[in-house]
Each structure stands twice: as structure tokens, then as C-alpha cells.
Design a protein around this ligand. Structure first.
Ligand SMILES: [Zn+2]
Length: 95
């Protein structure tokens, strides 16, 4: 089993101080556009929507259920989400 450890989790894109713990979606009220970031608890209450890693990566079926659930959202921007995924991959610390 691949255990997710804190050493394999990139730092929060918002504060840069703590390991990220969720994929979070923010809406800019000025432009009404959304963007995805991986964040820690520092953005609690500021995000429009978030999925905690412990749930998203909880099991194979949970990951698939989340992806299907997100696809049902009319506001879901997969391109923006995947840009975040690429940043997440690039930010994983080399151990
Ligand atoms: Zn943070």
C-alpha cells in the first residue's frame, strides 16, 4: 500500500508554511472566476468548495466517486483543476 505521508505532500499554495491538506476552489468575486489550489487549513472559510485529501485519496472508489461528483458540478473547470494537479506534482518534495 502507498501510504500518504507528510513528506510526500507539498506545502500549501496559499501560506507556504504547512503541508497542504485539501484541493480547494476559490471564486474571485470581482471577476466571478474560479481557481483551484492545494491548501492547508489556513484557507478555512475562504474557499467556495474543498475536498480533503483524507477523503479524496481515502480509497480507489472514493477517488473515483469524487471525480464523478466534481464532473456533475456546472462550475467545474477541469483545465484549471489539472493545472493545479501539475503544480502539485511538481511541488512534491524529492525524498
Ligand atoms: Zn496554508
Amino acid at each position: 500500500m502507498n501510504e500518504v505521508t507528510t513528506t510526500s505532500i507539498p506545502l500549501c499554495e496559499e501560506c507556504g508554511a504547512s503541508p497542504s491538506s485539501s484541493f480547494s476552489h476559490f471564486v474571485d468575486p470581482a471577476t466571478n472566476t474560479g481557481s483551484w489550489k492545494f491548501c492547508c487549513g489556513c484557507t478555512s472559510g475562504k474557499e467556495d468548495y474543498y475536498i480533503e485529501f483524507s477523503r479524496f485519496f481515502g480509497s480507489q472508489s472514493e477517488t473515483m466517486n469524487w471525480l464523478a461528483h466534481m464532473d456533475e458540478k456546472t462550475w467545474m473547470d477541469w483545465h484549471n483543476f489539472m493545472q493545479m494537479v501539475q503544480r502539485y506534482r511538481a511541488a512534491v518534495p524529492v525524498s
